[in-house]
Design a protein around this ligand. Sequence first.
Ligand code: MTE
Ligand code: MO
Length: 249
Amino acid sequence: MTDIKRRSLLAGMAALPVAACSEIANTGPAGDLFDAVEDWHRAAHRTLAGRQALAREYAPEDRSPDIRGNGSLTVDSDYYRSQFAQGFSDWRLEVRGLVENPLTLSLDDLRELPQRTQVTRHDCVEGWSAIAEWTGPQLSGLLDAARLREEARFIVFRCADTLNGRAYYESVDMVDAYHPQTIVAHQLNGEPIPEKNGAPLRMRIERQLGYKHAKYLTAIEAVASFDDIHGGKGGYWEDVGDYQWYAGI
Ligand SMILES: Nc1nc2c(c(=O)[nH]1)N[C@H]1C(S)=C(S)[C@@H](COP(=O)(O)O)O[C@H]1N2
Ligand SMILES: [Mo]
C-alpha cells in the first residue's frame, strides 16, 4: 500500500461517525406524536444497545490449553500451500461490494491499523467452547475506510476453503459488523493464526455462534441481499439447512 493510500485509510478510520442523537434531543416537545416517536426511539435504542453489549472478556490465564480446529482444517489448494510456506506475503483481503472505496489489503496493511486484542470464548453450536486471545483491526474501521454505500445492509465474508464441496461463506447485519468486538483476526494467543484455525485471517464476531466466524478469509463484501450468493440464505450452514442465519449469543 502506498503512503498516501495508507494515510487516507487511517484518516477514514479516525472520522468515525458521531451519534446523531443530539439532534433528536434538541427538537422541542410537540405533544402526543412526539412522545410516541420518542417511545419508539427509546425502544429501538434499547434493542440496539442490547445487541451492542460486549461479550464477556476473560483474563489471559483463563485461556484454554488448545483451540481445536472445526470444519475445514486447511485450504486444499497449491496456492494456499505456497502462501503458507512464504508467510502469506502475497495474501490479500479485499473489501468490496457496495462501497465507494474498495480496498485491497496485505497482512502488513492490516497489522499497521489500530489493533484490538480480546480474550473471549468461542461457542460452537455442536456443543464445545474454548477461550482464546484474538488480535486484529476492528471491522468497523475497514468498513468506514471503504465507505459503505447507503444500500448496503449485510456484510458477507468470503473464504478460501470448501467444505463438503461447497465454498464456505458467512454474513452478518450491520449491528454485528459494527460491534466493537468484531475484528479481522490475524493472531491467536499472540502468534500468527495456525492453519487449522483459519490462517492467515479469520473473523471474530463475539456476539455470534462459532459458525459465523469465517476462517481463511479472502474478502469482505457489502451487499443489499443474499439472493445472488450461493444458496441465497447468507451462509454455508444456512444454505445447507442445518443452522439459522441469526446466531446471536
Ligand atoms: N472458512 C471456514 N470458516 C469456518 C468453518 C469452516 O469450515 N470454514 N467452520 C466454522 C465453525 S462451525 C466453527 S465452530 C469455527 C471453528 O473454528 P476453529 O477451527 O478455530 O475451532 O469456525 C467456523 N468458521
Ligand atoms: Mo461450529
